[in-house]
Design a protein around this ligand. Structure first.
Ligand code: PHE
Length: 457
């Protein structure tokens, strides 16, 4: 029988194959594609960095995603519960708890950026963003984020909206929204790309994305590429364990993961192609940091007919994508409190929301009141991003891979990957086992130690 159907009462399942993929994509596609991917790529020198990132997505992100799927579908539980069911009475479940912390910390800065996106919907409606003057574009953004109350207001609003969606239930929210709106985002990005690559001076930006310059690759760059691979696919914290528990017994875990990864990469590359030609055409530096999206995209749209209209739609769709990702993040600590601690869903959602508003405010205030408050030389905003992407997700992801590879039995793993033998994919199962037992763990450890300066090549 179908596990996710028999347990419908307690845990909602997703109806169709498309439903599962749309839901998983709803978590993967978000600010990571349109905001983080471009700015990290810009800071790390372009094409060569993208190649390293793609390598890690396939070599590390994908196997970890499949591992989380296996754990989730096998146990029919969210992250902490999955460890407890699959390895009762052992400390493995602490990995799940570390995932809960990661999800919480990501939300602390993610909601801040999502707040900027929400606010930009209204700014673009009012026409205040319509400019082809780089100085104006930059100034509009700076004066917004250096305000005290306005960015906090938007961040808290984001938390309230996401919390309300969580309380309204999983299935209706995510599945429907992503199925209808992601394709529209995709189309809009294509329009954007067409405009961007035809701007005078665009070719330098295209070259930046297409012509790898390997001298730009350092150990820090490689670590950032690995961090991005975890962040992008929402792996290394147990989000995908939860989604795995929704996947029907007849769906292929590998097929689902590959489709999600490819679609996600497409969206990121399109965002890169929309942004970098504009960066160079308008004379910005690609290493602008987190502001990159907010300075360039308005200018791309300002250079086309009905710019204000399309710009508004762009930020609406970006908010939807961000909200899909945030629902999956927010849900990790909420699922922990409801399933492991025994809180009601309402209480859990409110407690987590309040904590996120509190901790998240320190990220938002990094642009003004706390600008000079540094931890390891980073503002709180950068600090949350750095430790989650580059340290916590790799470590949690490593342990998840080791758990599935070495603690679960080979037969259990093969059973999940082949849907009880019906997929007849023994060769692939053996390949996956080699990757998840040796290749991915060694790669994660080496990149981590090298990136943090413990070993040097
Ligand atoms: N993958 C999401 C994005 O790119 C972010 C995310 C990370 C969501 C981790 C869930 C878990 O925006």
């Amino acid at each position: 029988t179908n596990l996710s159907q028999t347990s419908m009462g307690a845990r909602e399942g997703f109806g169709t194959t498309l439903g599962v993929i749309a839901a998983t994509l709803g978590s993967a596609v978000g600010l990571g594609n349109i905001w983080k991917f471009p700015y990290i790529t810009g800071e790390n020198g372009g094409a060569a960095f993208i190649l390293v990132y793609l390598l890690f997505a396939c070599l590390i992100g994908l196997p970890v995603m499949i591992s989380e799927f296996i754990m989730g579908r096998r146990s029919n539980a969210a992250s902490v519960g999955a460890f407890k069911k699959l390895a009762p009475g052992t400390p493995w479940f602490l990995t799940g708890i570390s995932g809960v912390l990661v999800a919480f910390l990501i939300m602390s800065y993610y909601t801040s950026v999502a707040g900027w996106v929400f606010a930009y919907i209204f700014k673009s409606m009012g026409g205040g963003l319509l400019t082809t003057d780089p100085k104006v574009s930059e100034q509009v953004f700076n004066s917004f984020i250096t305000g005290t109350w306005s960015p906090l207001f938007w961040q808290w609003l984001v938390i309230i909206v996401t919390g309300a969606i969580i309380l309204a239930g999983v299935k209706n929210g995510i599945e429907r929204m992503t199925k209808t709106l992601l394709p529209i985002l995709f189309l809009l990005l294509i329009i954007c790309v067409i405009r961007a690559v035809t701007l005078p001076g665009a070719s330098e930006g295209i070259a930046f994305l297409m012509k790898p310059d390997f001298s730009k690759i350092t150990s820090a760059t490689i670590l950032a590429a690995m961090g991005l691979a975890f962040f992008k696919l929402s792996v290394g914290m147990g989000v995908m364990t939860t989604y795995g528990s929704y996947i029907g017994k007849n769906e292929s875990l590998f097929g689902t993961a590959v489709k999600v990864m490819l679609a996600d990469i497409c969206v990121s590359l399109l965002a890169g192609l929309a942004i970098f030609p504009a960066v160079f055409a308008f004379g910005f530096s690609p290493a602008q940091g987190p502001k990159l999206l907010f300075m360039t995209i308005p200018m791309v749209f300002s250079s086309m007919p009905m710019g204000s209209f399309f710009l508004t739609i762009f930020f609406i769709l970006a908010s939807v994508a961000a909200t899909g990702a945030m629902i999956s993040l927010y849900n990790v600590p909420v699922a922990y409190l409801t399933e492991e601690v025994g809180c009601s869903r309402k209480v859990a959602t409110v407690i987590i929301g309040l904590l996120m508003a509190l901790v998240g405010s320190t990220a938002t205030l990094s642009n003004n009141l706390l600008a000079n408050f540094k931890v390891f030389g980073l503002t709180m905003f950068d600090f949350y991003g750095y430790i989650t992407d580059n340290i916590m997700m790799p470590i949690t992801g490593l342990i998840i891979a080791l758990f599935v590879a070495w603690r679960m039995s080979k037969y259990e793993v093969a059973d999940e990957l082949s849907n009880g033998g019906s997929l007849n994919n023994g060769g692939f199962v053996r390949f996956y086992l080699v990757v998840v037992r040796f290749v991915a763990p060694v790669a994660i450890i080496v990149v981590l130690l090298n990136g943090l300066g413990f070993i040097k090549f």
